[in-house]
Design a protein around this ligand. Structure first.
Ligand code: DOR
Ligand code: ZN
Length: 350
């Protein structure tokens, strides 16, 4: 039940622990949508070609900083794309010099621009061992890619076949299971008491697979991992509102132009940067747990990443429905903004 008495909420400024900013014209168009509300973000490295080395990360960070809107104070936290050729010493240098916050593991072929991802996990073991030694987190896209595994089962199978063995081999490695979508993943994280956390996206707290498939196909709700059945969405909401420090926000806001989404083989990704905070406030309010919003968006992430929470705050005010643009214009074409399917009453004053 919503808590009718709370109509204003001031929380520490949030961070986004999983974000796609892209490059070039798309970067310039989407970056202000994040910097308006967020202080920091873990920036995904799946560009073409990917951000693999410390040198790539320095250059990409420079391009992001150059694209910042006037007056914005925003810190991009860079990640390196793990390949079977990644040099452990380059990763060590990148982390120790403050260039890269984390390394990103995409199983080869799992999602957008993941062709250079990992096929043979033994090949990346030396990198993982260095990361364990220096306390550098590994962000994991937790889906197997075998064509004979049903797409709705790819996350639980990844946990059993990849994550559990990996954690046994390198137990000191600090891992973030990103964009979890299943009760199985929530249970696994909850039952594990060391070196494991999970991010949850805005959209997976709101949509289930019916939103994509029932009553006509809705490409703007298609992302990876694909949304699962309703019971899983409910498990994600329970985890997010629980205050458990192992769960925190990673929007996975992933812009693609409308022509790239609306085609015979459309891209995976949902663009939630503009309205994420209003959407989350609505979800937490509906669950009567607004008091836990700050932990999810602003406290639990910094704690896992061993960074201080932000000092400044944002205020959310409840009122008449707030409208966000249906899409933003970029030089590459329009990008549709996530439609939660219900009115948003929480206005963000930042
Ligand atoms: O839906 C997704 N889009 N999932 C991912 O893992 C990648 C992302 C993208 O880059 O578009
Ligand atoms: Zn992503």
């Amino acid at each position: 039940m919503p808590d009718r008495k709370i109509t204003s909420l001031t929380i520490r400024r949030p961070d986004d622990w999983h974000l796609h900013l892209r490059d070039g014209a798309m970067l310039r168009a989407v970056l202000p949508e994040t910097t308006r509300h967020f202080a920091r973000a873990i920036v995904m490295p799946n560009l073409v070609p990917p951000v693999v080395t410390a040198n790539d990360a320095v250059k990409y960070r420079t391009r992001i900083l150059a694209a910042l809107p006037e007056g914005a104070t925003f810190t991009p936290l860079m990640t390196l794309y793990l390949t079977e050729e990644t040099d452990p010493e380059d990763v060590r240098t990148a982390h120790q010099a403050g260039i890269a916050t984390a390394v990103k593991l995409y199983p080869a072929g799992a999602t957008t621009n993941s062709a250079s991802g990992v096929r043979d996990f033994e090949k990346v073991r030396p990198v993982l061992e260095v990361m364990a030694e220096i306390g550098m987190p590994l962000c994991v896209h937790g889906e197997v890619t075998d064509s004979d595994i049903d797409i709705f089962d790819r996350e639980p199978v990844f946990i059993d076949k990849v994550l559990k063995p990996l954690r046994k081999k390198v137990p000191d490695l600090r891992i973030v299971m990103e964009h979890v979508t299943t009760q199985d993943a929530v249970d696994y994280v909850r039952d594990t008491h060391k070196n494991l956390a999970a991010t949850i996206t805005t959209h997976h707290l709101i949509i289930n697979r019916n939103h994509i498939l029932a009553g006509g196909i809705k490409p703007h709700y298609y992302c990876l991992p694909v949304a699962k059945r309703e019971a899983h969405r409910v498990a994600l909401v329970q985890a997010a509102i629980s205050g458990d420090p192992r769960f925190f926000l990673g929007t996975d806001s992933a812009p693609h132009t409308d022509p790239a989404k609306l085609q015979t083989c459309g891209c995976a990704g949902i663009f939630t940067a503009p309205n994420t905070m209003s959407c989350l406030a609505e979800v937490f309010d509906a669950a009567g747990q607004l008091k836990k919003l700050e932990a999810f968006t602003s406290l639990n992430g910094p704690k896992f990443y061993r960074l201080p929470p932000n000092e400044d705050t944002i205020t959310l005010q409840k009122g008449d429905p707030v409208s966000y643009p249906a899409h933003i214009d970029t030089e590459d074409g329009p990008v549709t903004v996530f439609d939660p399917g219900f009115d948003l009453h929480w206005h963000v004053q930042s």
